[in-house]
Design a protein around this ligand. Structure first.
Ligand SMILES: [Zn+2]
Length: 50
């Protein structure tokens, strides 16, 4: 039998959390952008930033 759980979507939507800040993002893309802008870890560093 199939039970329609209202929490299925909530469970499906995983939070993408920044390890450095602890800020949660709705999508991995937002987290990726955040990491690039705020931490720029493991990314090609834009010339100019010391
Ligand atoms: Zn962060």
């Amino acid at each position: 039998m199939y039970i329609a759980s209202p929490y299925t979507k909530a469970e499906e939507k995983h939070k993408h959390r920044c390890n450095a800040c602890g800020i949660e993002f709705e999508s991995a893309e937002q987290l990726s952008t955040h990491n690039r802008l705020e931490h720029s870890s493991d990314a090609h560093s834009p010339a100019g930033i010391a």
